[in-house]
Write a protein that binds this ligand. Structure first.
Ligand SMILES: Cc1cc2nc3c(=O)[nH]c(=O)nc-3n(C[C@H](O)[C@H](O)[C@H](O)COP(=O)(O)OP(=O)(O)OC[C@H]3O[C@@H](n4cnc5c(N)ncnc54)[C@H](O)[C@@H]3O)c2cc1C
Ligand code: SF4
Length: 463
């Protein structure tokens, strides 16, 4: 994955603007290699060796660090003693999306980051890989572990079929309630299906997990139904006993610069969505010189994937230092080993455009002033670019969130909830990325959905 700045500069200085955006930059084997499973599964004997490394700690810090509180030493012991089904049950009863989470969780800052093995060996037990080992084993055998509870006769509307909504729906069904999921897109799964990097969730694992979860029954799915367009919150409140909102963040932040519309400027999340749904990766147009603006997981993912699609020169530009990036050190290292350059301490000033086509981005370097506030230094530099990606965070789409007479309270632009995921509107709960104060991780969304389901259950049983 060598860089070729000369080609990038040619795109910026001369030639036909925009001509560098094209698909088919690689041969079929290279696409397959670049988008293969980034963390292949453990072989059975590797899994046993890894289980042997666990101390089965009392008050295990790895459990505390898991947002869904999976009993990690318990499931590791079960794998070690040949009870893989029991291990999968330990995982899925806490986190019904444990198969995808095993692939996408930033374990280095969660369970594995807390593992005591780091102290002696600087190498944690490979908890994520063992979780994948157990859940893959179960899925491969088609074993269903969960049953719908005896019917309570209560009906709950879940808006959004992502990790938060599906986790809530599954738990509600286990508790005996009937659930209807309203999902704006054609497929369920949310960002597991449309957002997470392709090499983390290879094959059909996201849909396989959705199918497993729905097998419990009692969950009626209505794809293609959008809150605010096809259904209103006040109507759902009338028709159902409770409502859960798990609508994620549907829009991206814009660059805070003056920029006329130009070819070559892309929203990273929308591009990733196309990539995840593409039947043929060679059809996706990529530039020769690509600039990504942002410092979170989305910035890492778009940069790494565009590089793997054959872009020659890919640079992430972030306004602060590496410690402040939303992406973990491991993710930053992943982008760098994919051939991506990360440039810290700079912010975009303007897009350079010729004939309505992007040719470069001008930046100003940044620094902290005496009060620790970010400021521009006045020094400028230009990066040639035929493609720029905006990856500076997503925002809540507020359309459809009216609650009739009641007001849905927001905090920092997201839905405000209490410790039980209750919103300011009676009978309406929310969770996942759309609520304030969370971490924007799949596993956190799953936990929010589960917690909300138990709160809804308590409420409905008292009613
Ligand atoms: C590019 C990218 C990469 C990421 N990578 C990782 C990763 O590697 N690991 C990790 O842990 N997290 C990752 N995340 C974060 C993670 O994907 C989210 O935290 C998680 O998906 C949140 O789940 P959710 O259910 O709240 O929202 P979503 O997954 O966004 O699901 C919301 C669902 O609601 C639907 N919806 C929205 N509006 C409406 C409406 N009005 N009516 C009906 N339905 C609606 C949407 O179509 C969607 O299906 C990533 C995020 C992005 C953007
Ligand atoms: S902290 Fe590490 S060693 Fe201890 S129980 Fe958890 S995985 Fe095992």
């Amino acid at each position: 994955m060598a860089r070729s700045p000369r080609r990038a500069e040619a795109a910026a200085k001369g030639g036909k603007p925009g001509a560098a955006l094209r698909g088919g930059r690689l041969d079929a084997q290279a696409y397959a290699r670049n988008f293969a499973d980034s963390h292949p599964p453990l072989a059975p004997n590797q899994a046993l060796i890894e289980c042997d490394r666990c101390y089965f700690c009392h008050d295990a810090p790895c459990i505390q660090a898991c947002p869904t509180q999976i009993d990690i030493p318990s499931f590791i012991r079960k794998i070690a003693t040949g009870n893989t089904r029991g291990a999968a049950h330990d995982i899925l009863k806490q986190n019904i999306m444990g198969a995808v989470c095993a692939r996408v969780c930033p374990t280095e800052v969660l369970c594995e980051g807390a593992c005591v093995r780091n102290d002696q060996e600087h190498k944690p037990v490979a908890i994520g890989a063992l979780q994948r080992h157990a859940t893959d084993w179960l899925f491969d055998r088609g074993i269903q572990l969960f049953k719908r509870g005896a019917s309570t006769g209560k009906r709950v509307a879940v808006v959004g079929g992502g990790p938060a909504g599906l986790s809530c729906a599954h738990r509600l069904s286990m508790l005996g309630h009937s659930v209807t999921v309203f999902e704006a897109r054609d497929k369920l799964g949310g960002l597991n299906e449309y957002g997470v990097a392709a090499y983390k969730v290879t094959g059909q694992i996201a849909q396989r997990e959705v199918e497993y979860l729905l097998e419990i029954g009692g969950i009626d799915c209505k794809p293609g139904r959008r809150l605010g367009r096809d259904v209103s919150l006040s109507r759902l409140r009338q028709d159902y006993d409770a409502v859960f909102l798990g609508i994620g963040l549907g829009a991206v932040n814009d660059l805070a610069i003056d920029a006329a519309p130009a070819a070559g400027v892309f929203d990273a999340v929308a591009y990733i969505e196309k990539l995840r749904q593409a039947a043929d990766l060679s059809k996706l147009p990529v530039g020769a010189a690509v600039v990504v603006i942002g410092g979170g997981m989305t910035a890492i993912d778009i940069a790494s994937q565009v590089k793997r699609l054959g872009a020659e020169d890919v640079t992430i530009v972030y306004r602060r230092g590496p410690q402040s990036m939303g992406a973990s050190g491991k993710e930053q290292a992943w982008a760098q080993t994919s051939g991506v350059r990360i440039k810290h301490w700079a912010r975009p000033l303007r897009l350079l455009v010729r004939d309505k086509v992007l040719t470069a981005v001008e930046f100003e370097t940044t620094r902290l002033d005496r009060q620790g506030r970010l400021e521009g230094s006045g020094a400028r530099f230009t990066l040639p670019a035929d493609m720029v990606f905006k990856a500076i965070g997503q925002v809540l789409v507020k359309e459809g969130l009216d609650g009739n007479a009641d007001v849905l309270e927001l905090s920092a632009g997201r839905i405000a909830v209490d410790a039980q995921q209750r919103t300011s509107i009676p009978g309406v709960w929310a969770g996942g990325d759309c609520v304030a104060g969370g971490q924007d991780l799949t596993v956190v969304a799953v936990e929010d959905g589960k917690r909300a389901a138990h709160s809804i259950d308590r409420h409905l049983r008292m009613a």
